[in-house]
Design a protein around this ligand. Structure first.
Ligand SMILES: Cc1cc2nc3c(=O)[nH]c(=O)nc-3n(C[C@H](O)[C@H](O)[C@H](O)COP(=O)(O)OP(=O)(O)OC[C@H]3O[C@@H](n4cnc5c(N)ncnc54)[C@H](O)[C@@H]3O)c2cc1C
Length: 475
């Protein structure tokens, strides 16, 4: 079918104003890190689940590939068409209503295009909280969060996106609507299709709404910034805080000395609260009832006494908390501005963190000994990201031109160092179009066969996000 006929069919469903193409749609082809550029595609912006259903049915009949798009903050190119301009990008951004909040069930029903930060605000308006958060919270959508089973900074206490979703509404590749938005906590009625769609990266359907699990709001939050000597000391601190503070330990982010320096270089208004520089830092947050500050202070003083922590500052106000978190939240931007050409996302069992950092650093140096690495991230979940830069004084483009294939070699070196520790090649960002070969290479034949059988059974015409997860043509 010709491109014109397909465009006409889409316009008939959503109207002219909800169809974009060419330069009008430029932002849908961009990648947040500037590592990929998507092909120019037609973009369609439905407003209701009924419209999504009609679009998907139409695409299934015409064999038109669909790439679901939320906030476009995904970092593995799952939301971009890298292969051809034949696909349509289906953006859920206009489906951004909160359909309701049940204070008895502690559940919010939100449409897929709701921006994560707006969900936080809506939960707060009802005296509750939605504890999924990450630096992209101002742009990413709950549909994208679920499609990637996003992690972020509170997984230690509240789990991944999957753990915060009790129900889902989605349009399946046939165009049929799956309505499973019940707030029930107990509902064992066959295969849980919600969990199949969560983490499926748009390859099994379009998520249109979700029932999200809210939590009682914390009445006190304590944020501390610790200077430490090594990732091994970070692990000792984590163990010590878990045994004293228990599950009120809300977040623990590791930051390298290089990373904090780069953030300050690119965002000069941000300050390192310590006068001296240290090799590593830990951003620690505890949350619960009033009185927690004293407990946190005592626990951290214990860590200093035992030699795990060199120095600590504790935020005295919301402004100071925000300033400490700004150091962490601006890290991805600082990496981009510095010229990161590889940004890893692997995980290991928590007890292996110190071995992970030293082995992966050695593996990166073995690829090229001038590379600089900023390691940071969610130490409480065993998920440290490495951002790898060219040698000091060398620009990214010049370096990549002079060393073809080096980004893939560094990524593979990190994978090879991660796996013997019992780790995963994709912790929280997903596979997208960046890692299908890694997935194929490092998964068992039985796992790959099961993944393919599920994909074929649900999407026999391979219209949902072809090219993501699997690199080959499926059917
Ligand atoms: C600065 C920055 C910080 C980040 N920090 C974190 C972090 O701490 N933890 C973390 O996990 N991630 C992080 N990310 C990655 C990203 O924000 C997450 O993957 C997020 O969940 C993507 O949401 P999105 O709405 O932007 O999805 P998009 O980028 O639009 O899409 C991502 C994938 O989901 C699919 N998809 C999107 N919407 C739907 C839908 N409604 N139905 C079906 N499929 C859909 C797309 O096809 C694509 O495969 C970060 C990214 C940036 C830029």
């Amino acid at each position: 079918m010709s491109i014109d006929t397909i465009s006409e069919g889409l316009r008939a469903i959503v109207g002219d104003a909800a169809c974009k193409s060419g330069t009008d749609a430029a932002r849908y082809y961009e990648d947040p890190r500037g590592s990929f550029t998507g092909k120019t595609c037609r973009v369609v912006l439905p407003e209701t689940t009924g419209q999504v259903s009609r679009i998907v049915r139409f695409c299934n009949e015409t064999g038109t590939p669909i790439i679901p798009h939320g906030g476009g903050t995904g970092v593995v190119a799952g939301q971009l068409s890298l292969e051809s301009s034949d696909a349509i990008i289906l953006s859920v951004e206009r489906m951004n209503r909160v359909r309701g909040v049940s204070t008895d069930d502690f559940v919010m029903v939100a449409e897929a295009g709701c921006v994560l930060e707006n969900i936080h605000a809506e939960a707060e308006r009802h005296g509750m909280m939605f504890p999924l958060s990450m630096a992209s919270k101002g742009s990413c959508t709950i549909g994208g969060n679920l499609a990637t089973n996003a992690g972020g900074i509170q997984v230690l206490r509240h789990g991944n996106a999957r753990d915060l979703c009790v129900g889902i509404e989605a349009v399946l590749p046939s165009g049929d609507v799956l309505e499973e938005l019940s707030p029930l906590r107990k509902n064992n009625t066959g295969y849980d299709l919600r969990h199949l769609l969560i983490g499926s990266e748009g390859t099994l359907g379009v998520i249109t709404a979700a029932s999200l699990l809210l939590k009682p709001r914390d009445r006190a939050t304590v944020t501390a910034f610790c200077a430490i000597a090594s990732p091994a000391d970070a692990l000792m601190t984590l163990r010590a805080l878990r045994s004293t503070i228990g599950d009120r330990l809300d977040g623990m982010e590791l930051m390298s000395g290089l990373g904090v320096r780069l953030v300050r270089e690119h965002f000069p208004t941000l300050k390192n609260p310590f006068r001296d520089e240290y090799p590593w830092y830990l951003l620690v947050e505890t949350a619960g009832n009033p009185g927690l500050r004293d407990e946190t202070e005592t626990a951290l003083a214990g860590c200093i006494e035992k030699g795990f922590v060199t120095d600590v500052v504790i935020a005295e106000s919301q402004a100071q908390r925000d300033a400490l978190w700004s150091l962490r939240e601006n890290t991805p931007d600082a990496n981009k501005k510095t010229g990161a050409f590889c940004s890893s996302d692997t995980s290991v069992p928590i007890g292996q963190i110190a071995a992970f950092v030293s082995r992966t650093h050695a593996a990166i140096a073995a690829v090229h000994d001038g590379l600089r690495t900023n390691s940071y991230g969610h130490i409480g979940d065993g998920n440290i990201h490495h951002n790898v830069f060219p040698p000091e004084g060398v620009g990214k483009t010049d370096f990549l031109d002079a060393h073809p294939g080096i980004a893939a070699r560094v990524r593979e070196a990190i994978n090879e160092a991660t796996l013997p520790l019992g780790g995963s090649i994709s912790a929280e960002h997903g596979i997208g179009r960046l890692k299908p070969h890694d997935l194929q290479r490092h998964s068992s034949a039985s796992k790959m066969a099961a993944l393919r059988q599920i994909k074929r059974a649900m999407d026999p015409n391979n219209i949902m996000n072809p090219g993501a997860l699997f690199s080959d043509l499926l059917p």
